[in-house]
Structure formats: C-alpha cells, structure tokens
Design a protein around this ligand. Structure first.
Ligand SMILES: [Zn+2]
Ligand SMILES: [Zn+2]
Length: 261
C-alpha cells in the first residue's frame, strides 16, 4: 500500500497509470479500502464513501498544540489555550482531526489486527511532522501498560514509531518509556482528574537515560486527546535530560468548537 494514496481519491491514481502496473498483484489479492473493506480499483486507494470522511489538519495550526487556528501562518501562531498555559511538550502535530474515517482506521490498527495499516499511517505522520522530524534525534512511542500489551499483543504507537523511523531514518527507542502503573480510562475524566491520575505514571528506563539526555525527542502516539498523556511522557523525558520533546500523532481530538465528525 502506498501511503500517499490515502489522501487521494481513487480516480487520481488511475489517471497516473499506476493501475496497470498493479493489475497482476490485484488479481491475486483483491484490493479493498483500508477503512471499510469495500473493493477498490487498486491497493492503497480509499473508497469514494470514506475519502471525504477524513478531516486533514492544514495550516495554520497552533505551534504548540497543533490544532487549527484562524489567521496567518507566520509568525507561528499560538492558540488562546496554549497562550495561557503552554503544554510541557514543545510542539504537537497530527495528520487528521480525530473522528470519521480517521477514527475508523485507527481503531482497526488498534483492535482489529491490522498492523499493516501502521505503514501508510507512518508515511502520513512523517509528512505531517516533517518540521519536527527534521530536528529530531530519537523517536519514542507512548507505552501501553503491560496488561494491555498482553491483551492486545502489540503497541500501536510502537508500530507507528517504527514505520516513521523507516521513512525518516531517525532511530526509535521502543522501550525508552515505561508505565509505572495502570492509569484509568482517561476519556471519562475532567482535565484536572486526567492530570492528577498521570503524575508520575511514566518513567524513562535507566538504560536509556544516557541516550535521552541532551537529545531532541519526538514522542509518537496514535491519538492525541487532551494532551495529558503526552505531557506526562514529556515530563518523564525532560526529567531524564531530554533537550526537547515534540509530539506526533496520527489524529488529534478536535477542539470543542469544531464540528462533530
Ligand atoms: Zn471505504
Ligand atoms: Zn494551542
């Protein structure tokens, strides 16, 4: 699957003549839409129903939290929420607003044994986070708690980090962070409760400290929600001496004012 195709409607690629080259493979493995499994013309294409259900994040975005803002792109804008309280991480970027087809594809990666989807998602994330990756020394995925890792078999953030590493050639420290304890499901908590539940919830493994110290880290996650988890991870990495921590996610929860997906 070609990641660039995820942002392109089916007819665009057909026009580029890629279709013929894929006919042989497609005859063996009939291609389907990665979001809904509807048959499509060639591997990597999004079907016509799913394509408009993605909401890509386009500039200008808040330089800190990465949410879309009104106005000019330069100088880098800061949204009112970040102006009153800057997150512990430096900058966050994501490919899409969470919801619609972005939610569907991320849930498939997480729960439906669709590990293959990490590859195109990694490509798109590398593109959305190009500014961050240009300055980065190391990628670190947000860890799953061991109990969830056993239940789910793989950590989707680690899969995404490996995929981004292959594109960007920035090394990945898959197990640099660990969860010190299980944290409650954050979705039902208020911002204050989330922050309280996450204090000290992550730590840098001692053997990674030497490679974290002085380095610019890009933290990788599938979805950035309130940013509380990313901030707790950033806190642990900064405490271990990281020079900077930025965040790159496949999707981020839209602000309350944005239209529901
Ligand atoms: Zn579809
Ligand atoms: Zn912001």
């Amino acid at each position: 699957m070609r990641a660039d195709d995820l942002l392109r409607p089916a007819h665009a690629l057909a026009q580029r003549g890629v279709r013929l080259a894929r006919l042989a493979l497609d005859a063996l493995v009939p291609p389907t839409c990665p979001v809904c499994d509807t048959p499509v013309e060639a591997a990597g294409l999004i079907c016509y129903a799913c394509f408009p259900r993605f909401r890509p994040i386009a500039p200008p975005v808040c330089d800190a939290c990465g949410l879309p803002v009104r106005g000019e792109d330069t100088p880098p804008p800061i949204c009112p929420a970040c102006a009153s309280r800057r997150p512990l991480f430096g900058r966050a970027r994501a490919v899409w607003l969470y919801g619609g087809a972005a939610k569907d594809v991320i849930l498939r990666l997480k729960y439906a044994d669709r590990e293959d989807l990490a590859v195109p998602l990694g490509w798109l994330m590398a593109r959305a986070g190009a500014d961050l990756l240009r300055e980065a020394d190391l990628l670190v995925p947000v860890p799953l708690h061991l109990r969830r890792l056993v239940a789910r078999r793989y950590n989707q953030a680690a899969l995404l980090a490996r995929a981004i590493s292959r594109v960007s050639r920035i090394p990945v420290a898959v197990d640099a962070l660990r969860r010190t304890r299980a944290t409650p499901a954050l979705a039902e908590l208020s911002r204050e409760e989330r922050e309280a539940s996450l204090i000290g919830a992550f730590a840098v493994r001692p053997r990674w400290r030497g490679r974290i110290s002085g380095r610019r880290i890009v933290l990788i996650d599938d979805v950035l929600t309130s940013g509380a988890t990313a901030e707790a991870c950033a806190e642990a990495l900064l405490a271990a001496g990281a020079a900077a921590v930025d965040v790159l996610a496949a999707a981020r929860t839209p602000p309350p004012s944005a239209d529901a997906a």
